[in-house]
Design a protein around this ligand. Sequence first.
Ligand SMILES: [Zn+2]
Length: 141
Amino acid sequence: MTGPLGPVANCHCAFCRRVHGAAFTTVAFISPDTFAWLTPAESASRYRTPLGAVRHFCGRCASPIFNFSAPLELGAVITQSLDTGQPAPWAHVNTESKVPWLTIADGLPQFPTWPSPDQLRELLRAHPGAWVPQRLVEPDA
Ligand SMILES: [Zn+2]
């Protein structure tokens, strides 16, 4: 990754929970242009989601690594796949689907679904220098 990270979120949606086998997953959004494979890209396995995203995962151990959405011009690194420099999350998203036994008590902002463009802009203002996912912040532009 060669560019700044965008929003970092703990996602509690049912899909993330299922795919990651965990109560939630932490993703860092990045510009797809700033991501490159150090090993041949073919060594990653892919799953094309019905919404047009591509999930890349290790073909040997099935660890999720990176998601790419062409329609949203958005990359998302699964932060737990990073060897070092795991960024701290900014917020919890999709908390309406969180597991009932989990109590979130870290003081981070919580959003029942995905943050609205206004809410996302506010999060970005609190993190100057972060990459701005334009298609999420200005979906109608
Ligand atoms: Zn999710």
